[in-house]
Structure formats: structure tokens, C-alpha cells
Design a protein around this ligand. Structure first.
Ligand SMILES: NC(=O)C1=CN([C@@H]2O[C@H](COP(=O)(O)OP(=O)(O)OC[C@H]3O[C@@H](n4cnc5c(N)ncnc54)[C@H](O)[C@@H]3O)[C@@H](O)[C@H]2O)C=CC1
Ligand SMILES: O=C(O)C1=N[C@H](C(=O)O)C[C@H](O)C1
Length: 248
């Protein structure tokens, strides 16, 4: 039995992860902790799963590395700078493995993969993410990660800058620009988690869209990561390699 602890256990995702771990025959839930709870039982775990907040997650990872525990992280807020900080923590105290994924849903992982492949074939690409209004961060971690991957794919392919004549703009009207890719965030009652990547050429358009309707959509990916992280030294970003989908 692989022993699992959950950080953020009383949150929306944490509760779903607790249920998924309890329902898996090969996993044992040894601790379910939230803000302010005692962490004593976490030290028995093989793997900690973190779905907390962008403010808390770096110190949580650091705590796990200090205690020699492997970590699966779904919490958002991971810029390239933060990923480098995690690598530095691992270098300073080897022994733990960390897997960080902006999105554990198969549909979202494929959406990001297809969008990255398609991006160099189009003159214009923008990202529109739509979420429930209780979400605290914008843009979503998935959208930020998609934009970075699209920008990298276009740079590798030698794509020219995207056409855009905007010189007069109300603040924020063109969304966030992440590595030059515009990202627009919608927060709407009734929605859960959705993203479109829109790609345009003269006379044609491609839309790549994924929809998560419920948090159970993340659980196969989270449990696959829990089972795999022990065999993946250092930092793994994304679950593409676990699913055999191209490169992370
Ligand atoms: N990677 C993925 O596939 C997904 C990622 N997320 C991300 O997961 C994170 C959590 O989302 P939700 O569950 O909706 O948020 P939430 O606000 O419902 O839950 C966060 C929980 O973390 C707790 N918490 C805060 N600091 C803590 C600490 N230091 N130790 C332990 N617990 C702590 C809070 O008290 C709260 O219960 C967000 O960053 C969200 O964007 C959400 C869905 C899927
Ligand atoms: O907060 C959420 O709900 C979600 N957060 C993740 C993100 O920011 O990308 C994943 C998914 O979109 C749901």
C-alpha cells in the first residue's frame, strides 16, 4: 500500500482527492490536513498531494522536501522562476521527487498538446479560459502554461510576431500577455473549468476547446501521478509522459 497525505484536504479539490485515495485499493490515506492542522501524521506518508493556494504551495513543497517526502502538486501559480526554485530545493536536499501539473484532466492535457502542435501553423493565437467565480487566481494555471508552451513552439518554428494593430486600449481589454500570447479570463456563475485556444489565418479559424464539468475529471490523472512520482527523480512538470502524450 502506498501511503498518501493530502494538503488542502477541506478545499474543493482536496475533498475530491481524499475520496479518490480512500476509494483506491492500492492507496492508504494517512493524513488529510488543511490550514493550521497538525502535520504529525503526514510524516508517515510516501506521497503528499497538494491542492492549496499559490501563496502556500512553495512552503508546503519545501516542508515535504525537508521531510524526505515525494509530492504531487496541482496548486497553481507556477512560473518558470518558481519551477527553478523547486529544482534548487531538490538540489539542496536530494531524496524527494516532485511532480507539478497545471491540469490533471486528460481532456485538458490533450487540449494543451494539440494547441501547442497547431500554433506554429497559424498567424494568430489567443487563449480564453472560463471558470467558476470562486477561483482566486487569473489567468488560470492551465491558461498560463498553455500560453508559454504556444510561445515556445512558435519561437522554435521561427513564427513571426502576431498581427495586432491595437494602439488604443482600455486597461486589460486585450487580456494578459504571457510570453506575447494574449490570455482572456472569464469568471461566470454556472461554469466550472473550460478553455479555448483560438487560432486564425486569413479566411480560416481553428478552435481547440476542453471542458471539465466536475472535479472527478482530475482524479485519474492525480492518482496516476501519485503512483508514478516515486519512480521519477527530481522535478517532473505535467503528466504528458505518464500518459504517453508527446513531451511535457
Ligand atoms: N492541477 C489541476 O488539475 C487543478 C488545479 N486546481 C488548483 O488547485 C488549487 C486549489 O483549488 P480549490 O480546491 O478549488 O481551492 P479551495 O480554496 O477550495 O481549497 C484550498 C484549500 O487549501 C487550504 N490551505 C491553504 N493553505 C494551506 C496550507 N498551508 N496547508 C494546508 N492547507 C492549506 C485552504 O484552507 C483550503 O481548504 C488552486 O490553485 C486551483 O487552481 C484546481 C483544479 C484542478
Ligand atoms: O481553480 C480551478 O478550479 C482550476 N484550476 C486549475 C487552473 O488554474 O488551471 C485547473 C482547472 O482549470 C480548474
Amino acid at each position: 500500500m502506498l501511503k498518501v497525505a493530502v494538503f488542502g484536504a477541506r478545499g474543493r479539490m482536496g475533498q475530491e482527492v481524499v475520496g479518490a485515495v480512500e476509494g483506491a485499493a492500492d492507496l492508504e490515506l494517512v493524513a488529510a490536513v488543511d490550514s493550521g492542522d497538525d502535520r504529525g501524521a503526514v510524516e508517515q506518508a510516501d506521497v503528499v498531494v497538494d491542492f492549496t493556494t499559490p501563496d502556500a504551495v512553495m512552503s508546503n513543497i519545501s516542508w515535504c522536501i525537508d521531510h524526505g517526502l515525494d509530492v504531487v502538486v496541482g496548486t497553481t501559480g507556477f512560473t518558470p522562476v518558481r519551477l527553478d526554485e523547486v529544482r534548487e530545493l531538490l538540489d539542496a536536499k536530494p531524496g524527494s521527487n516532485v511532480l507539478i501539473a497545471p491540469n490533471f484532466s486528460i481532456a485538458a492535457v490533450l487540449m494543451m498538446h494539440f494547441a501547442t502542435k497547431a500554433a506554429p501553423f497559424f498567424e494568430s493565437v489567443e487563449v480564453i479560459e472560463l471558470h467558476h467565480p470562486r477561483k482566486v487566481d487569473a489567468p488560470s494555471g492551465t491558461a498560463a502554461s498553455t500560453a508559454r508552451a504556444i510561445a515556445a513552439a512558435r519561437a522554435d518554428a521561427g513564427s513571426p510576431p502576431m498581427p495586432d494593430a491595437t494602439t488604443l486600449e482600455e486597461d486589460g481589454a486585450r487580456g494578459a500577455s504571457i510570453d506575447g500570447v494574449h490570455v482572456h479570463s472569464v469568471r461566470l456563475q454556472g461554469l466550472f473549468a473550460h478553455q479555448e485556444v483560438v487560432l486564425g489565418n486569413p479566411g480560416e479559424m481553428l478552435t481547440i476547446r476542453d471542458d471539465s464539468f466536475q472535479r472527478s475529471s482530475y482524479m485519474p490523472g492525480v492518482l496516476a501521478a501519485v503512483r508514478a512520482v516515486g519512480d521519477r527523480p527530481g522535478l517532473t512538470v505535467g503528466i504528458n509522459s505518464l500518459l504517453g502524450i508527446g513531451e511535457d
